[in-house]
Design a protein around this ligand. Structure first.
Ligand code: S3P
Length: 438
């Protein structure tokens, strides 16, 4: 089924909105809740396809998980040694986070397991996790090109390692820390640049000791996770589309409620402000160990910038949306140091460059980034290549287009942002969703 979005030009963006729960935190709440002693209650959980794939994987390994209300789930933890061998391969769909974090957890189990994903996930690099896991003593078979399916052999005794990450990646860091729960001795991971630290924060929240010294984070095997309550904030990566939409639209004014503003995720705010955006944070507070605020964004005059490379890992998922701001800004925007964008749910540099060209914006893709020349978005037809964030970014582009924008292959918006259409309509966009059989 091809889901196609048709977004009419213009429209407005207004009102008070709460976008769905944080994807990264929702994955981790399921994983740690499942492995804890006792009952974990999660509120604000993202019921997107990616996090539901993680949830189903733990149910398949014998963890009772019940939904009480939308976003409200109860996990009966089975303890670190309580998982059971699933009867079929674990299918993680489109979700890189599920696959990479689970690879670490599965490497320490007393049973063998196979993990698989959809066509896009089956092309993404997995050696970045299987290589350090094998240094810890794991035995994992990949395809000849280092991709999934991953066949993880049970009954291996893992030992802690001291690993320096070759790329700034929270997925690799988290994978190794989770494997470290099952390892003899200390597992330490050193990051080349700060990446999202939700795993470390949540481990602490579940009573598991984690030590950090500057760029190095360490965990010792042999402790327990104690069940707790987790209130998941709204996802700043989903809020980003509204922040971008409100920045580029005329007479826009939105307030986004209860958004996670963990400093390892707020690169989008820093980059938009450098481009001239009008963003105000209110009611800053801490919820379940994570900083949260309400965010107001109003229309602004935007200018192109050179994006500081240190902000890249702090805004890694927001670049499709940021490229739309760059397209509407005066002058050119230059991004470098972002070659990771080429191995996300799609090659986000090429797919965005193609989409921008289709709507009349000139850009120059680079091996590790892109140069975007601000101009007038004309409208046209864009292929999102099944990448949720590209589909949502071009939806917002219609706010400044002269003609409608038609976006193909949008079904995966449901991986991270269920009810995207309903929410953007409520905010003032004129969008229609069509289901076409392929
Ligand atoms: C994530 C880490 C990032 C991010 C992904 C979620 C996580 O991936 O792009 O959407 O939850 O740990 P990398 O670790 O590959 O940068």
């Amino acid at each position: 089924m091809n889901i196609q979005f048709t977004v009419l030009p213009g429209g407005k963006l207004q009102g008070l909105h709460r976008v769905p729960g944080d994807k990264s935190i929702s994955h981790r709440a399921i994983m740690l809740g499942a492995l804890a002693d006792g009952t974990t209650e999660v509120t604000g959980f993202l019921e997107g396809e990616d996090t539901l794939a993680t949830l189903a994987a733990f149910q398949a390994m014998g963890v009772p998980i019940e939904k009480l209300a939308p976003g409200h789930i109860i996990i009966q933890g089975v303890g670190l040694q309580g998982l059971k061998q699933p009867s079929v391969p674990l299918n993680l769909g489109n979700s890189g986070t599920s696959m990479r974090l689970l690879a670490g957890l599965m490497a320490g189990q007393a049973f063998s397991v196979e993990i698989v994903g959809d066509a896009s996930l089956s092309k993404r690099p997995m050696q970045r996790v299987t290589e350090p896991l094998s240094q810890m003593g794991a035995i994992i078979e990949t395809s000849g090109t280092g991709t999934s399916p991953l066949k993880i052999k049970g009954h291996q005794s893992l030992r802690g390692i001291n690993y320096v990450l070759p790329v700034a990646s929270a997925q690799i860091k988290s994978c190794l820390l989770l494997a470290g729960l099952y390892a003899q001795g200390v597992t330490c991971v050193t990051e080349p640049a700060p990446t999202r630290d939700h795993t470390e924060r949540m481990l602490t929240g579940f009573g598991y000791p984690v030590e950090r010294e500057e760029a190095k984070v360490c965990i010792n095997g042999g402790h327990h996770l104690q069940a707790t309550a987790v209130d998941v904030p709204a996802d700043i990566s989903s809020a980003a589309f509204f922040m971008v939409g409100a920045s580029i639209a005329n007479q826009a004014d939105v307030i986004l409620q209860h958004v996670g503003i963990n400093p390892t995720r707020t690169g989008i705010i820093d980059i938009l402000r450098q481009m001239g955006a009008d963003i105000t944070l209110y009611n800053s507070r801490t919820v379940s160990g994570e900083p949260v605020a309400d965010i107001q964004v109003r229309s602004a005059n935007l200018k192109g910038i050179t994006i500081p490379e240190h902000l890249v890992p702090l805004a890694i998922d927001e670049f499709p949306a940021i490229f739309i701001v760059a397209a509407c800004a005066q002058g050119k925007t230059v991004l470098t140091g972002a070659k990771e964008l080429r191995v996300k749910e799609s090659d986000r540099i090429q797919v965005m460059a193609d989409g921008l060209q289709a709507v009349g914006i000139h850009s120059e893709p680079l091996p590790d980034g892109i140069i975007i020349h601000g101009g007038q978005i004309r409208g046209g037809e864009v292929n999102s290549h099944g990448d949720h964030r590209i589909a949502m970014a071009f939806t917002m582009a219609a706010l400044r287009a002269q003609e409608k924008i038609v976006i193909q292959d949008c079904a995966n918006v449901a991986t991270s942002f269920p009810n995207f259409i309903g929410l953007v309509q409520a905010a003032g966009l004129q969008i229609e969703e069509n289901r076409l059989s392929t």
